[in-house]
Design a protein around this ligand. Structure first.
Ligand code: AMP
Ligand code: GLY
Length: 422
């Protein structure tokens, strides 16, 4: 099968590497891709959210399948647009991608179908939101913009004044535009976080191995939130009992709820969970593979990836079984200094080959450019240095061993990936 992958980050690189292992894999294309991806797939300069451009490219290349990885094109209906042209596409249609695209939708779904999540209220007027927060007094709340906000729409607020500033930011200053028409104000939960990605064709759901993201930019979970500074799999907090509870009370009820609402979800559904003293609760849904979780989860997949994707598209996931390695995997993100704020691009990257030669290691490219055979930084998150091993400790050691062979100017990474309770 000739496949076009939409996107251009570390997640897409990991997806492409896994597709390449499949016995069914033909030509691989990616748009827009990046420097590292261009060594594994032919890249085209079409933006990930350019639906018309992507449909035209898929037709021109006569691909058998389009794999839509990022949230924006999914929410905007890229899968629907491909299907309309008779092109098979992996990912949810827009009416199901709304589970990520609207937090209000997700919260109402969970309330209606008794899926455990934080208590919440929805507001479309800032005065009412503020009145509600004031009534709650000094208690902490979480303020979330309804729509997509590049992962920046969530504010954890310790008191009324922080919450007031968050509401103003979203609803009055409208820094996220229309995504801030409504806010969700939510109970502040505590406990370790677990990411579980799941394959689903809308009827059958197979959770993948669990993982853990590391969202803050600095060691010890300090500093601002990022797209993710590293990940490990499996997640040490996700034991068999928790997995059983989640399957019964969260995963199956969610896909059944989506089907009952006339929005069957086909693709990869991401459950962001918090293991609270009251049991696991859903923090968020994503309608896609997570980044950087994908970089640690897919390397552990033993079943042919294209076989799974095809079974999902053809809605016969129940006919196959999905096998996982019982190894562990760790990914350390190398970022440009300054990220997630301002940073410089165009720094020459040294040591990539040496890094990739560490036993069990593979370097996924997130933001790189290839010019005359040399790689240069081209984004905030630059590389995802990943390693597999029999145990998590060894995987982490191997990933850092590879990290220490790679260098560019003003490089920043966390030194505690997989090493502390997050
Ligand atoms: P998101 O941008 O939706 O991925 O959320 C960012 C982070 O905010 C999550 O990973 C959690 O760490 C945190 N968060 C979101 N909702 C809550 C909540 N209700 N209580 C505590 N932390 C939360
Ligand atoms: N790692 C979190 C996400 O992909 O949204």
């Amino acid at each position: 099968m000739d496949i076009l992958v939409v996107g251009g980050g570390g997640r897409e690189h990991a997806i492409i590497r896994k597709l390449k292992e499949s016995q069914y894999c033909g030509k691989l294309y990616c748009a827009p891709g990046n420097g590292g991806i261009s060594c594994d797939a032919q890249c085209f300069d079409v933006k990930a959210d350019d639906i018309d451009g992507m449909v035209a490219l898929a037709k021109e290349l006569k691909v058998d399948l389009v794999f839509v990885a990022p949230d924006d094109p999914l929410s905007a209906g890229m899968v629907d647009a491909m299907e309309k042209e008779g092109i098979a596409a992996f990912g949810p249609r827009a009416n199901a991608a709304v589970i990520e695209g609207s937090k209000v939708f997700a919260k109402r779904l969970m309330k209606k179908y008794n899926i455990p999540t934080a208590d919440y209220e929805v507001f479309d007027k800032p005065e009412e939101a503020l009145r509600y927060i004031r009534r709650r007094g000094r208690y902490s709340v979480v303020v979330k913009a309804d729509g997509l906000a590049l992962g920046k729409g969530v504010s954890l607020c310790g008191d009324y004044y922080e919450a007031k500033a968050a509401v103003k930011n979203i609803m009055v200053d409208r820094v996220f535009g229309k995504s801030g028409d409504r806010v969700v104000i939510e109970e502040f939960l505590t406990g370790p976080e677990v990411s579980v990605l799941a394959f689903t064709d809308g009827k059958t759901i197979y959770p993948m191995v669990s993982s853990m993201d590391h969202k803050r930019v600095f060691d010890g979970n300090l500093g601002p939130n990022t797209g993710g500074m590293g990940a490990i799999s499996p997640n040490p907090y996700y034991d068999a009992k928790t997995a059983e509870f989640c399957m019964e009370k969260i995963f199956v009820p969610t896909i059944e709820a989506m089907r009952a609402e006339g929005r069957p979800f086909k693709g990869c559904l991401y459950f962001g969970l918090m293991i609270t003293a009251d049991g696991p609760k859903v923090i968020e849904y994503n309608s896609r593979f997570g980044d950087p979780e994908t970089q640690v989860v897919l390397p552990l997949l033993k079943t042919d990836f294209i076989e799974i994707i095809t079974a999902i598209i053809e809605e016969r996931l129940d006919e196959i079984s999905v096998e996982w390695s019982d190894e562990a995997c760790a990914c350390v993100v190398l970022a440009s200094g300054g990220y997630p704020g301002e940073y410089k691009k165009g720094k020459k990257i040294e040591g990539l080959d040496a890094g990739g030669q560490v036993k069990g290691a593979v370097v996924y490219h997130a933001g790189t450019r290839l010019v005359d055979g040399e790689f240069y930084t081209n984004g905030g998150r630059v590389l995802g240095v990943t390693a597999k091993a029999d145990t998590l400790d060894t995987a982490v050691d191997r990933a850092y061993k590879a990290v220490h062979r790679i260098d560019f100017d003003d490089l920043h990474y966390r030194r505690d990936i997989g090493k502390i309770p997050v």
